[in-house]
Every structure is written in structure tokens, then in C-alpha cells.
Design a protein around this ligand. Structure first.
Ligand SMILES: NC(=O)c1ccc[n+]([C@@H]2O[C@H](COP(=O)([O-])OP(=O)(O)OC[C@H]3O[C@@H](n4cnc5c(N)ncnc54)[C@H](O)[C@@H]3O)[C@@H](O)[C@H]2O)c1
Ligand SMILES: [Zn+2]
Length: 381
């Protein structure tokens, strides 16, 4: 159990001021800015915005539009902050993927300006959180900037999200799949979360709802979204990926799955896969590490197979990974300060490596059963 000087750690729960989701929700931006008393917002736009919702933003009088350069780096943050000062901006609106939103946070919060976050894909839980992941110009993770303040409003336009390639939505499900298991581990150990407190019951309950929603609606949402259809399942999955996963990870805590993800990123082959895709495999390895019952592991693996998330190393381009490569990944997963130490037992690179190998074997077996390729394993002599 973690503590501070005066005793056990207090519980803390944080959330954005308002969350709005639905068809055409971007049309509410003007009203939200009015509520925030903003007349001169700076709108930071992902390059994709022109194509997918340029017209919806034309009616905003007094706004300064700035294009995002593609990386949430210190240089880019300083450039956008300079534009905001020059324009006398009284609010920041970030529209785009996680990197655009993280840059908007890093401009708004230090300047004390209201922030509106408008995700255009549901691939991560960046839209609701109070943290920015900052990279070097070359794309390596440099630092986490914690602001102690969440966006004032989050606007999720379902039409825009469904218009994006479905792989983003599926990757978001992979990220959301970790939320309950990691919040559960962190709740057991009362580990300090990103909002600098122990997890509340609310965060754990939200994380559980995220998991249950994924299992119940994940496949239906994927199929509908592929056809460009917005159904209640699609709405529920977008909410799970964005709001439930966002609140659940930030106030509920992270644990082994994200550390194993971080370990896997040292292997070049995994760079072509989205964050949530690597996290999904991290979840399976985490369940092995935790010695979860067979039924739970099978439920998670079968869900991944159903919606199209990785279940084995070859799904992540690691079919030729050497023992040495995997050992390196396991060591990085166990680096000092990693959230894997929020697990309720001791972890070592060796046990993490074994969990990765066991997850791979389990995933392959279930995949083979599903595709009718399974054979009974030969018994070694
Ligand atoms: N701050 C947090 O809490 C948090 C949480 C998770 C991840 N992250 C960060 O988020 C980033 C990853 O986010 P991401 O996956 O959104 O990546 P991203 O921002 O790089 O976007 C991925 C690509 O999708 C494109 N795109 C955006 N909307 C689109 C649309 N509607 N249709 C087609 N293409 C579209 C973007 O232009 C970009 O090329 C990473 O930097 C990660 O560290 C932050
Ligand atoms: Zn994540």
C-alpha cells in the first residue's frame, strides 16, 4: 500500500467538465465555447480535419485556425503556444488524433486557458485525460506532462469517428480492454494513479463497465462501423473507448498490461501496430502473470479474435523474435518506475518473459481452434 507523510494515500477521482457524444456533435462547439466565455479560441487542427469537417468549423467567428505539424514535441508545443499568445486566444480547441489533443493540452493548461478536446478517432483514451505524452522530433517518447486539470469539455462526433478506418476503433477497444484489469490490480494495492491518489470505487466500477461493454457490443460495433452504420452498439463502444477507458485508466490506475506494451515497443517490428493493438496482447500476458482462471483468459482471447486484435506474437510482427529480443522486452517492462509494480505480487523480468511466452502459446491455440486448424499437441517422448 502506498502512503504519503500523513498516512495512507487519499483516493482521487478526476474527469473532464463535460462530455458530449453523438451524431453531428461538432455542431455544439459554438455553444460550448460560449459557455466557456470564449470569443477568440485558437483551433489546433489535425491535417485530416480539412477533409472531414472543415465546413463545420467555418461558422466560428473570432477563431484562429492553426494546423498541427504531426508530432507532440516541445518545439511544436512552443510554436502553437506562440500562435495563441499572438492571437490573444482565450481558449484552445484541439481537433484530431491523440497527438493533436495532447499538444492542445500542453498549450492550454500552462497558460491557464479553457480547453475543448475534439477527438476524430476513438483509438486511445487521450481525449479526456489531464496528461500529455510528449515526443522528440524523431518520435521517441520524451516525457509525460501532468497538468492536474482535465479538458473543460470533450466533444465526440459519432459520424466523424465512424467515418475513420475501423482499425482505429478496434485499436481503441484493445486499449479499453486493459482498463478494468489494470484498475483492479491498482485497487488491490491502492497504487498511486495518474491523478496522484489511490483509486476510487467509482473508477473501478467505470473500468468494469468498460470491459462489460466491450464484450457485449465490440463485435456488433465493429461490423456496423465497417458499413458506416451508427447503431447503439457503436455509440456504446465509442463511449467505452473514450470516456469509460479514459476515466478508468486515469483515476483507476495502470499495471502490467501497459508496461508489457512499453516493453514490446523496443522491438522495431511492433512499430507498425497501434498502441491499443500492442496493449491487447499485453493484457493477455498480464492475465498469465496474474494466474487468472482459464475462463477469464479464454474470454479475453476469444474477444480479441472476434474483433480482430492481436492474440499472439506473430500478430505483432514478432514471428522471428529471438529469445534475446523477448528478454529485452521483458526487462524494459520491468524498468524502474513502471506501472507493472502496481501488481499485488513481486514481478521479475523472468516471470514477465514466461507470461509473454504463455500468452503467445495460449493465443495461438485459441486462434487455431477458431480457424479449425488445431491439432492435439504431440506428446514429447
Ligand atoms: N494523453 C493521454 O492520456 C494518452 C493516452 C493514450 C495515448 N496517448 C497518445 O496518443 C497518441 C496516439 O494517438 P492516435 O492513435 O490518435 O495517433 P495520432 O494522433 O498520431 O493519429 C493517428 C493518425 O490518424 C489520423 N486521423 C485522425 N483522425 C482521423 C480520421 N477521422 N480519419 C482518418 N485519419 C484520421 C491522424 O492524422 C494521424 O495520421 C500517442 O502520441 C500516444 O502517446 C495519450
Ligand atoms: Zn493505453
Amino acid at each position: 500500500m502506498q502512503s504519503d507523510a500523513s498516512g495512507p494515500l487519499a483516493t482521487v477521482f478526476a474527469a473532464p467538465g463535460r462530455y458530449i457524444q453523438g451524431r453531428g456533435a461538432i455542431g455544439r462547439l459554438g455553444e460550448v465555447l460560449e459557455q466557456l466565455k470564449s470569443e477568440k479560441p485558437l483551433i489546433l487542427r489535425d491535417p485530416i480535419v480539412e477533409k472531414i469537417m472543415g465546413e463545420a468549423l467555418e461558422g466560428l467567428s473570432g477563431a484562429t485556425h492553426v494546423g498541427f505539424n504531426g508530432e507532440c514535441s516541445p518545439g511544436e508545443i512552443d510554436r502553437v503556444a506562440g500562435e495563441a499568445r499572438e492571437a490573444g486566444a482565450d481558449a484552445i480547441v484541439g481537433i484530431g488524433g491523440g497527438k493533436t489533443l495532447d499538444t492542445a493540452k500542453a498549450v492550454a493548461h500552462p497558460a491557464g486557458l479553457p480547453l475543448v478536446s475534439v477527438p476524430t478517432i476513438a483509438s486511445t483514451d487521450a481525449p479526456t485525460s489531464a496528461v500529455s505524452v510528449v515526443y522528440t522530433e524523431e518520435g521517441e517518447v520524451l516525457e509525460y506532462r501532468l497538468f492536474g486539470r482535465n479538458p473543460d469539455a470533450v466533444i465526440v462526433d459519432t459520424e466523424v469517428i465512424v467515418g475513420a478506418p475501423v482499425r482505429f476503433l478496434v485499436a481503441g477497444m484493445g486499449d479499453g480492454l486493459s482498463t478494468y484489469f489494470e484498475a483492479d490490480a491498482s485497487s488491490r494495492t491502492r497504487a498511486k494513479t495518474l491523478v496522484a491518489g489511490a483509486p476510487t470505487q467509482a473508477a473501478l466500477a467505470i473500468a468494469r463497465l468498460c470491459y462489460d461493454t466491450l464484450l457485449e457490443h465490440g463485435l456488433a460495433a465493429r461490423l456496423a462501423a465497417e458499413r458506416g452504420a451508427i447503431t447503439p452498439s457503436v455509440e456504446k463502444i465509442i463511449e467505452a473507448n473514450t470516456l469509460l477507458s479514459g476515466l478508468g485508466f486515469e483515476s483507476g490506475g495502470l499495471a502490467a498490461a501497459h508496461s508489457i506494451h512499453n516493453g514490446l515497443t523496443v522491438l522495431e517490428e511492433t512499430h507498425q501496430f497501434w498502441h491499443g493493438e500492442k496493449v491487447a496482447f499485453g493484457v493477455i500476458a498480464m492475465l498469465m502473470l496474474e494466474d487468472r482462471p482459464f475462463d477469464v483468459v479464454a474470454e479475453v482471447v476469444d474477444f480479441c479474435l472476434e474483433v480482430g486484435l492481436p492474440v499472439a506474437l506473430d500478430d505483432l510482427g514478432l514471428e522471428n523474435a529471438s529469445d534475446e529480443d523477448l528478454r529485452r522486452a521483458a526487462e524494459v517492462a520491468c524498468a524502474e518506475g513502471e506501472t507493472i509494480y502496481n501488481e499485488p505480487f513481486d514481478v521479475y523480468p523472468r516471470t514477465v518473459l514466461d507470461a509473454i511466452l504463455a500468452a503467445d502459446a495460449f493465443g495461438r491455440q485459441r486462434r487455431a481452434v477458431l480457424t479449425g486448424e488445431a491439432e492435439l499437441p504431440a506428446v514429447a517422448g
